[in-house]
Design a protein around this ligand. Sequence first.
Ligand code: AP5
Length: 191
Amino acid sequence: MLNIIICGAPGCGKGTQSDLIVGKYNLKHLSTGDLLRKEIAEKSELGITAESYISKGNLVPDEMIINILSKNIEAFDNDINGMILDGFPRTVAQAEALQTMLSNSGKEISTLLDLSVEKDELIDRLLKRGQTSGRSDDNLETIQKRLEVYELQTAPVSDFYKKLGKYAAVDGMGSVEEIFGRIASILDSKK
Ligand code: AP5
């Protein structure tokens, strides 16, 4: 079973590369950003609370996101090829909760893929997407805040997986195809 975490700063290409990884390795894809945006679109109680954090560029509280994620993981059959977690864990507390969640069901993380992209390129990609996506967090002020939050709260998650020997740095600059080639060579060595 190939259980992957894909992480990196906002706009690094987590969603784009996840779609390609799912296509090649036939994995289940869980994006916490997509799950939250679905709740927002449905105007659920959770969605209304989440939007107040997301639109300001802050993370939603750990307890809320751990709850959503654990329900989704529990719903997977045991015979899947594996899963890709996109945008989770984003804090060390979430990483610890994930370890417990997986070990309770006899699963483990194969590797964390950490996509690195220069800051100017991240901002450029997100501003371009903001012109068509309608995402309330794709404006310059919120992007700057998301990048700060990433450095403070999410970057330390890499150390957590480095200590477990489950960390792979990926150069996230270049074309989508070039980056996918780098990822595929890492994942092929894990199969
Ligand atoms: P989330 O949806 O995860 O947003 P994000 O981390 O800010 O990442 P993005 O979706 O903006 O970018 P991405 O890295 O997926 O890049 P993409 O492939 O789309 O989370 C949103 C919010 O939800 C968070 O801020 C937080 O509030 C909350 N949240 C989510 N998870 C949480 C958690 N675990 N805990 C707490 N809160 C949580 O690419 C971006 C753009 O670039 C696209 O237009 C794409 O076409 C383009 N692009 C991609 N690759 C390339 C390339 N190689 N060259 C040129 N353009 C490219």
